[in-house]
Ligand binder design. Structure first.
Ligand SMILES: *[C@@H]1O[C@H](CO)[C@@H](O)[C@H](O)[C@H]1NC(C)=O
Ligand SMILES: *[C@@H]1O[C@H](CO)[C@@H](O)[C@H](O)[C@H]1NC(C)=O
Ligand SMILES: *[C@@H]1O[C@H](CO)[C@@H](O)[C@H](O)[C@H]1NC(C)=O
Length: 361
């Protein structure tokens, strides 16, 4: 008996050590406790599935390379957001708002909605969508539910302050608003500079609101080269593979977002904001891949919508294409972009904080 007790005392510290070790491993594995996502189709993970809209992707060939098949992601596989979620060490992808229930909310929610923009009217010709201000209304609902789960608003706001928030929106304010003068007035009444000012101002209001809901770690994505997407090139033409007028007008918005991020860092000094320069990241990664086809989409697309023809057969080797459909990159492009966002230290790509500096406690 004595012998047994002796052995136990010898072993107990070892067991405690093992448990401690497992705990650090579990925590060290996931770099942030939670991740909230605001955006459009580039980040949508199924929010549009329940809406009355033409901008849907919950059918094949979307998801052909995704473990769960067609989920409402506009990609053959993972979006940039999914790639980041994996790199951050999450065991599961962040659920879309209608599917996020109970304690799942503590890991984060994806509010991104295809066809949506910063402006409410953006994308209305395509049907229902959740525009940015409405995504924030949904988030305020999430925040009260999280308060309920913790039963203590101080614990809840401590939790929310440690989450990562990404906001990537504005492409549709151009594609499905400014550049559709037959439906929207914005292109007729605002100069490109005025329009960029209006969008940046509305984005600012929403980012301040997000901060008021407890966000302190925020990455704001600039817009990518919309003028290089197969659908825009097809609609407006472009030499050799991009319609540069679109890109330079969108750049006016990006420049204002970078300025906005710097201003928010100065004015809201309990929070960190960073700007992710998607233009520069694409410019970095694409020349590294000689075999990529930049001009065509992998799937056969519906002419005006730019999304894949339902149940059509996609290209056989998805990694040979930059774009899966008329607007959205393939998983292989997203992987390169996501990896670069995660690892880059170049202030050209991400500033003033790298992603690691942003999420560091
Ligand atoms: C982003 O990168 C591009 C290309 O490297 C550069 O021209 C631009 O000034 C950078 N900043 C913003 C806000 O777009
Ligand atoms: C890209 O795809 C298009 C359409 O399938 C084809 O015409 C073109 O030759 C391809 N370009 C390259 C570089 O493979
Ligand atoms: C797809 O294309 C890439 C690049 O050309 C190549 O390395 C890869 O082996 C191809 N995959 C298949 C399944 O053919």
């Amino acid at each position: 008996m004595a012998n047994f007790n002796q052995k136990l005392t010898l072993f107990l510290p070892f067991f405690f050590f093992l448990i401690l070790k497992l705990q650090t491993y579990a925590q060290g594995d996931q770099q942030v406790p939670c991740y909230f996502i605001f955006g459009d189709s580039l980040a949508d993970a199924g929010n549009n599935n329940i809406l009355l809209t033409l901008t849907k992707s919950n059918y094949p060939p979307y998801g052909i390379d995704f473990p769960l098949g067609a989920t409402g992601r506009f990609c053959n596989g993972r979006t940039i957001i999914d790639v980041l979620t994996d790199l951050l060490g999450f065991k599961q992808y962040i659920p879309p708002f209608p599917k996020a229930i109970g304690r799942q909310l503590l890991q984060g929610v994806n509010y991104a909605s295809a066809g949506s923009g910063i402006r409410q009217e953006t994308g209305k010709d395509l049907g229902q969508r959740v525009w940015l201000a409405k995504q924030l209304v949904q988030h305020s609902n999430t925040v009260s539910r999280i308060n309920g789960i913790f039963g203590n608003s101080r614990v809840a706001s401590d939790h929310l302050s440690k989450c990562l928030y990404t906001v990537g929106i504005g492409s549709n304010d151009y594609i499905n608003n400014y550049y559709k003068p037959e439906i929207y007035v914005s292109g007729n009444i605002y100069s490109p500079e005025e329009y960029a000012d209006i969008l940046a101002k509305e984005l600012e209001t929403n980012l301040k609101l997000l901060h008021s809901f407890g966000a302190k770690v925020v990455a704001v994505f600039g817009l990518s080269g919309i003028g290089c997407t197969p659908t825009v090139v097809e609609k407006f033409g472009g030499q050799p593979i991009c319609y540069n007028k679109v890109n330079s007008e969108v750049q006016l918005f990006n420049d204002r977002v970078q300025t906005l991020v710097n201003r928010l860092n100065k004015n809201l000094n309990d929070a960190k904001f960073t700007y992710v320069n998607i233009t520069s990241i694409f410019a970095e990664i694409l020349p590294q891949i000689a075999y990529i086809n930049f001009t065509a989409s992998c799937c056969e697309r519906m002419k005006d919508l730019g999304t894949c023809v339902p149940f059509s057969a996609p290209c056989s080797n998805r990694s040979n294409y930059e774009f899966f459909d008329g607007f959205h990159p393939t998983e292989s492009t997203n992987k390169l972009v996501g990896n670069r966002i995660f690892t880059t230290k170049s202030p050209q790509d991400i500033s003033p904080y790298t992603l690691q500096q942003l999420i560091a406690a």
